[in-house]
Write a protein that binds this ligand. Structure first.
Ligand code: CR1
Length: 838
């Protein structure tokens, strides 16, 4: 990969010493030094990974001035955004840091003059897979934008020892492999063991009167765990701001079990250590469905408590009164996973810092804001009271108290409306009793937002309707965005260079500038260059597919791509129905003049989600038949790329012609892959769901392939009684597709294999594939026709990119900063230099 751009150094950096200088000579000797002194290797015995590590440290050294100075700046009474998230899917760090530092070309030269290949070293990096999908990746894009916009921020989360599993496909089935991302060390993090905090679990609360006769509560836990922070710098694009991602690792408190040790129970003491460290061992691999496991609640409470204690310590280290907490920190709850923070902050303020309840509640409500990321009912977190009370007895009391005060207000506003009362209550009492985390988040926050316009509207009308009616002023929309640094500059260097040649590089931080490309859409030679780049990028992906999977695909065919978590509502199987329709048409008429296509899929299924795994099996089974059928050769190929992750996304999004965004209307909160594809020049085939609606508005209906039922129509059809079987009966082509799967054609004659999937479609079809089938097929036909007119297709592709300005995460973060957090940029000056730098 070539440098996406000329190197451009941030003007303010004034620190050049032997260790951090940027001359090629200094860079080369730094690389050699790090290999020797940090990796402890001679060049002769060093592995590629040793070289990667040495290079990573060389880059990190050049980041430290900015990082430490950023931290210093924030000690001076500025409001800091704290983004609390159980997931941060940050992706590989090396190239991103090179780009943001503006030293890519220099480093490449130094590496190459040392006899190494930069590309090979880049490929050594293990990405930290600390997230499942969109939610975790969004958090990562937001950190990038916060730093680039010079907004003081800390990301707080969990340092999972094992992140999202690696996916292998064996015999068509997904197999999960443990993700040992830390096995060779992580050069980007710095442990800060001296800044540990203690987190309590279990036990009971004790109510008493203090020395002044005030009523107090203290928590007598039966277990204490140590939280140790590990910090990763998040450097902004060509600014001095490097915010911190602070991830917590659980460790045992040795002293706590000395008792066991002293009575000779050495094993017992070690057991306690293992139990503590289990807390942050593994990321739960479920996307949008709760698993309700005790360990998960422990994880949530653990990192949230660590974070809030850390903030309080930070604040108290600055002479400022704790009562100004909400003026010092804006805390964003990324979904309900950190919602326990509402009760924890109340506990810290009331029990531990003796602030009275009303004041503490004012602080809490003005501190927190809550983002909802899904409408799926199975994703709404709730915890059985019994479990909750056993783990967090004091928090349960606090939640009861919050609830009582809140419900008193509800009663005042709606006397005698018992339905309202029971729906708004923080406790679900309809059967077994549960704590409802979304309700806690709504009551404890001053702002609540959805992640796309449609999603926010649906929140107000459905899952959070009662809350919207009770406090409409809290609700706002902030449509998601993605960072153009990673999702264009880093992943698509060719297009980055072309665009920059034409309109300058301001678009990288002001994505609206892409509008300047609009007029170029009418320039034939520009279109030619644009097409050429897409062709080369598709060639790269084709080479990857050949190398990894031994499948030959034609870069001239239409690359039709769906990559995202596998989920029934995302309807990868609707895509498969089209693949088989396409196949059948070719089989029936071998001379059919069809636009050749390569159908590409990728995505992980939750390990316990049978139907999702069966969908993968179906894709791979169809691929095996189609790819080996001489009748259709050269006209279609089907590929499932295993182990979709950030690194692979960087290869895949830029190579797409067509982006599949085909969820059932009303189900996808926003989607962000849809933005990455379109930003890289793919056209979208999609439903009116999530941010698709806004993407279509921006790029223009004529540059978007719309199909399917609207949300209203979905609701309407469900209400009238949806009968999928009728669609099957009345549509010969659909029937042929379904029958072909049922016949065992794709499963070596096994007629049972896909039966669960087929039966589900014929007799339930919750996600209405059959209702949308014909419209999808017709629209795919339009896509095929449109692709034949290469000039016009290219025009549409250029216009898509030109009109994607809105979907920069910079825009999203500006909205959060203004509407919700009330924070301002604080530029960082490099004042305090390291001794060697002066
Ligand atoms: C949504 O499904 C959205 C991301 C980020 C996901 C997706 O549509 O783009 O969040 N939700 O907002 C999710 O993971 C747990 O919920």
């Amino acid at each position: 990969m070539n440098a996406p751009l000329e190197d451009s150094l941030t003007p303010q950096i004034r620190v050049e010493d032997d260790r951090t200088g940027l001359s090629i000579t200094t860079l080369r000797s730094a690389l050699a030094d790090n290999l020797f002194y940090i990796q402890g290797k001679f060049p002769g015995t060093a592995t590629k990974n040793d070289y990667y590590m040495a290079l990573a440290y060389t880059v990190r050294d050049r980041l430290l001035q900015r990082w430490l100075n950023t931290t210093q700046t924030y000690r001076k009474n500025v409001k800091v955004v704290c983004y609390l998230s159980a997931e941060f899917l940050i992706g590989p760090q090396l190239v991103n840091n090179l780009i943001n530092l503006g030293i890519y070309a220099k480093i490449r030269q130094a590496v190459e003059e040392s006899g190494l290949s930069l590309q090979e070293l880049i490929e050594q990096e293990e990405e930290p897979g600390l997230g499942n999908g969109g939610l975790g990746r969004l958090a990562a894009c937001y950190l990038d934008s916060l730093s680039t916009l010079e907004i003081p921020a800390i990301g707080y989360g969990i340092r999972y020892e094992f992140g999202i599993f690696d996916q292998e496909i064996r015999d068509g089935w997904q197999v999960e492999i443990t993700d040992k991302w830390l096995q060779y060390g992580n050069p980007w993090e710095i442990a800060r063991p001296e800044e540990y905090v203690e987190v309590k679990f279990g036990g009971r609360s004790e109510h008493y009167y203090d020395e002044k006769g005030n009523y107090r509560v203290r928590w007598i836990p039966d277990r204490v765990v140590k939280g140790v922070p590990y910090d990763t710098p998040i450097l902004g694009y060509q600014v001095n701001t490097a915010n911190t991602l602070r991830l917590w690792k659980a460790e045992a408190i040795e002293s706590f079990d000395f008792q066991a040790f002293n009575i000779g129970d050495y094993y017992g003491a070690v057991d306690a250590k293992i139990v503590s460290e289990n807390l942050t061992k593994i990321l739960y691999p479920n996307d949008e469905v709760i698993q309700g496991k005790e360990l998960r609640l422990q994880q949530q409470y653990f990192f949230v408590s660590c974070a809030l204690q850390d903030m309080i310590r930070l604040l108290l280290s600055t002479e400022v009164s704790l009562e100004t907490f909400h003026q010092q920190f804006a805390v964003q709850l990324n979904d309900t996973h950190p919602a326990i923070g509402v009760a924890e902050l109340m506990r810290l303020l009331v029990d531990e810092h003796r602030i009275d309840w009303d004041k503490a509640w004012h602080i809490t409500q003005n501190t927190f804001a809550f983002t909802n990321h899904t409408l799926l009912p199975e994703a709404l977190e709730k915890w059985p009271i019994e479990l909750f009370g056993r783990l967090l007895p004091r928090h349960l009391e606090i939640i009861y108290e919050i609830n009582q005060r809140f419900l008193d207000r509800v009663r005042m506003k709606y006397p005698r409306d018992l339905g309202k009362l029971s729906r708004l209550s923080l406790i679900d009492e309809s059967g077994e009793r549960y704590v409802r985390m979304a309700n806690l988040a709504c009551v404890g926050s001053h702002a609540i937002n959805g992640v796309a316009e449609l999603h926010t509207e649906l929140l107000k009308k459905t899952v959070l309707k009662d809350f919207y009616e009770f406090f409409p002023e809290k609700f706002a929309n902030v449509t998601n965005g993605v960072t153009p640094r990673r999702w264009m500059v880093l992943s698509n260097p060719r297009l980055t260079r072309l665009i920059t040649e034409k309109i300058g590089d301001r678009w990288i931080t002001h994505l609206d500038d892409l509008r300047k490309l609009e007029t170029l859409a009418d320039d034939a030679s520009f279109r030619q260059q644009w097409r050429q780049i897409k062709q080369e990028t598709k060639g790269d992906l084709a080479a990857y597919i050949r190398k990894k999977l031994d499948i030959i695909v034609d870069p001239k065919s239409l690359f039709d791509i769906q990559v995202k978590r596998i989920h029934e509502y995302k309807r990868q199987h609707l895509n498969v129905l089209h693949v088989i329709t396409f196949y059948n048409r070719l089989k029936h008429d071998r001379d059919l003049d069809i636009t050749p296509r390569t159908f590409i899929f990728g995505g992980k299924a939750a390990p316990g989600y049978f139907m999702a795994k069966l969908i993968i099996k179906l894709i791979v089974s169809v691929a095996n038949i189609v790819n080996n059928d001489p009748d259709v050769r050269d006209r279609m190929k089907v590929v499932f790329i295993p182990d979709f992750n950030v690194t692979l996304g960087q290869r895949i999004y830029p190579a797409a012609d067509l982006s599949e965004q085909i969820s059932t209307a009303g189900k996808e909160a926003s989607g962000t892959g849809n933005m990455k594809f379109a930003l890289n020049g793919a056209l979208t085939i999609g439903t009116l769901d999530g941010a698709n609606v806004e993407i279509r508005e921006e790029v223009g209906a004529e540059n978007f392939f719309l199909f399917g039922l609207t949300t209203e129509e979905v609701y309407g059809l469900k209400a009238r009684g949806y009968r999928p079987f009728d669609y099957y009966n009345q549509n010969a082509e659909l029937k042929a597709v379904i029958d072909l799967i049922s016949s065992g054609f794709f499963s070596h004659g096994d007629v049972d294999l896909f039966k669960p999937l087929i039966d589900n479609l014929l007799y339930r079809d919750d996600y209405m594939l059959l209702a949308d089938y014909q419209s999808y097929i017709d629209t795919q036909e339009k896509v095929s026709q449109a692709y034949r007119d290469r000039e016009n297709w290219t025009r549409m592709s250029i216009l898509n990119v030109a009109r994607m300005g809105k979907f920069s995460s910079d825009r999203s973060i500006r909205e959060y900063a203004q509407k919700i957090w009330k924070v301002e940029p604080v530029p960082v000056e490099l004042l305090q230099l390291c001794p060697g730098g002066q």
